[in-house]
Write a protein of this length. Structure first.
Length: 372
């Protein structure tokens, strides 16, 4: 058997992430019929309640793969054209020349040139922290604020373009996926959340995955601790938060078991057809939110070590929480992991995150999980 699961190694690796400073994390690794599930640390630093591997969790931008799959199902049905300009569907949101030039594909792979709305949200909507202008208290102030997607999209569309449509490298932007959510609403006559639930979540047979109806996480879950690069000390729980600030871009709640099942179904051609999956895996260079150039497809991106096998998937962060899901190209080896602390790195004098022991410990966990 090639690279069988190393249960003892995985147990040690996940514990080392906790020892490096992560309050709690949990994961599932699969290889064919072999399954390892593990958890380390606490879900609540005050009570000491432990994390467990079956907890529900905010999975952030992993939501983008679900949204992309729903859009591509509509492409398969002929209701959406992958290379049709978005202005054909939503002219009021992306008017003029850009609406005539930016295609659905460009939204999916972040080459639209539309800016990320988050840096503009504080001065325009008095929400979210901008390091140059305010402190992280804005997170607390807007814990229960409900935003309209059209307002957030407007910030991204009216901000200076970050590039000409279709040019690379693209820039990762949540504005793109909020537009895709409204595109789904336009062509299906229902909300994006309902469409994704019906056509993707239920189709994949996911029992513990869904969009939040309230600022709360239903079911067993961890508190989510936001450190904001050391500016919130001790880190503050943000597991209760209105997720309308990201909507179908990053608001999904799931479990590590459901994430592994979803990516398995996707790679098997059971969510979208094989030719559409091949489109999802056609990548272009995109600048990530961390400022790194990555390869990005249509709601998927590859992750690999040089000379080793390629994994496909997505990562995600929200206030206080993070998750990563990846699957080997042959569909056998899968990893899904969730953590309950975010922005644990302090910043150096130039404003860049300093290395932290958690970074190395997580990298080791990923290597043991993916390659044995």
């Amino acid at each position: 058997m090639k690279n069988p699961l190393d249960s003892a190694g995985l147990d040690a690796a996940i514990e080392n992430v906790h020892r490096a400073g992560m309050p709690g994390l949990f994961a599932q690794v699969r290889d064919g019929d072999q399954v390892w599930r593990g958890a380390a640390g606490v879900a609540d630093v005050t009570t000491g309640r432990p994390v467990t591997a079956d907890m529900r969790h905010r999975v952030g931008s992993i939501t983008k793969t679900f949204t992309a799959a729903a859009v591509l199902q509509q492409v398969e049905s002929g209701r959406i054209g992958l290379d049709t300009p978005i202005g054909r569907y939503l002219p009021q949101l992306v008017p003029g020349e850009r609406g005539d030039t930016i295609t659905v594909r460009m939204l999916l792979n972040h080459t639209s040139g539309l800016a990320e709305y988050l840096p503009h949200a504080y001065p325009s909507l008095k929400a979210f922290p901008a390091l140059a202008e305010t402190g992280p208290e804005s997170l607390e102030d807007h814990r229960f604020t409900h935003f309209r997607a059209t307002d957030l999209i407007g910030l991204g569309v009216t901000a200076p373009a970050v590039g000409a449509p279709g040019t690379t490298p693209g820039l990762y932007s949540n504005t793109n996926y909020l537009l895709l959510g409204l595109l789904l609403e336009q062509v299906t006559g229902t909300t994006a959340e309902h469409c994704i639930t019906r056509d993707v979540i239920e189709r994949a047979g996911l029992r513990h995955t869904g969009f939040p109806a309230t600022p709360y996480v239903d079911g067993p879950h961890s508190r989510l601790y936001e450190a904001w690069f050391g500016m919130i000390d001790p880190p503050r729980d943000h597991s209760v938060h209105d997720m309308s600030w990201v909507g179908p871009s990053a608001s999904l709640i799931s479990t590590v078991t459901d994430l592994n099942r979803f990516y398995g179904k996707l790679m098997a051609g059971e969510i979208v057809g094989p030719s559409t999956l091949a489109q999802m895996q056609r990548t272009v260079p995109v600048v990530s939110q961390e400022g790194k150039v990555i390869d990005y497809g249509l709601g998927l991106h590859p992750m690999r070590d040089p000379g080793k096998e390629t994994f496909w998937g997505h990562g995600g962060t929200v206030w206080g929480g993070g998750a990563l899901a990846m699957i080997r190209a042959d569909g056998r080896r899968r990893l899904a992991v969730a953590v309950n602390l975010q922005r644990w790195n302090g910043l150096d004098s130039s404003g860049r995150p300093r290395p932290h022991p958690i970074d190395d410990a997580l990298a080791t966990l990923f290597r043991v999980a993916m390659y044995g």
